[in-house]
Write a protein that binds this ligand. Sequence first.
Ligand SMILES: [Mn+2]
Length: 295
Amino acid sequence: MKLEKRKYRHFLEKDYPPPKAESAAFQIVSAPYEDNISYGAGTSKGPAAIIQASQFLEIYGSKDEPANLGIFTRPALKCKGTPGKVLCEISDEIGKVLETSATPVLLGGEHTVSYGMAKALFAKYGKNFSIVHFDSHGDLRPHYYGNKFSHACVMRRIHEDFSSKIIQIATRSYCKEEAEYRKSNHIHALDADSIHEHGLPAKILPANFAKNIYVSFDVDALDPSIMPSTGTPEPGGLLWNETMRILEKISGEARIIAFDIVELAPIKGLHHPDYTAAKLAYKLMQCCKRGHSCS
Ligand SMILES: [Mn+2]
């Protein structure tokens, strides 16, 4: 059987036999949840596509590499039923990871799944974590066509329920109501226009941020030229190298304690975006480890 035809269940398993869950430095939770779609479909296939593409990452580095420290992939969640039920399923699963010393990594699914991560982090850290939200959209709507748990509202729900401090990065598409909510609630932003016009600021994270950071990465933060596989591709996004610079800066300023990658909607026959998302997941794991060593 050709390597690329075989279906893999564990991140990187082709080259790195899966470690035991209890000794892994990272635990991956797959949440293939797809309930409400604004435009294009297919995010339920995102987690499996990232895991499949990860087999083709080439890793060469020291013993401190995440691959050598152990990445355990938990069985994918079912994500069936009401949004409330699915979000409980996700937060319970992340809660189990947080009882170990592993860093939780959540793969979506639509962006709504991030609420489950935030809920579990809030249970462990209280307000002692802040959120870095990469997205082309604000995701701050009060509801979206009547749905409070739409992916277009996820940061609003998180902000309301956990009072998290949030910075939005690469945003370039939001409505008036979201702009007003942002302003009146002191939600920080490093919009795509600002990055393209002025470059990156000396420090990315606001001074009042917690030292523990949860990075929620909607792949539509990336430019559609490198990331076409998402429901609402929005021109004017981040390219790869500038994304890496931002992540490196953030991991030098704080400690990434959890992250997610959401909204990948694989396109059949077009594998570079899946590979990009898998590489992003691995780079974020490296950033987690960098933050641990500098804190
Ligand atoms: Mn989003």
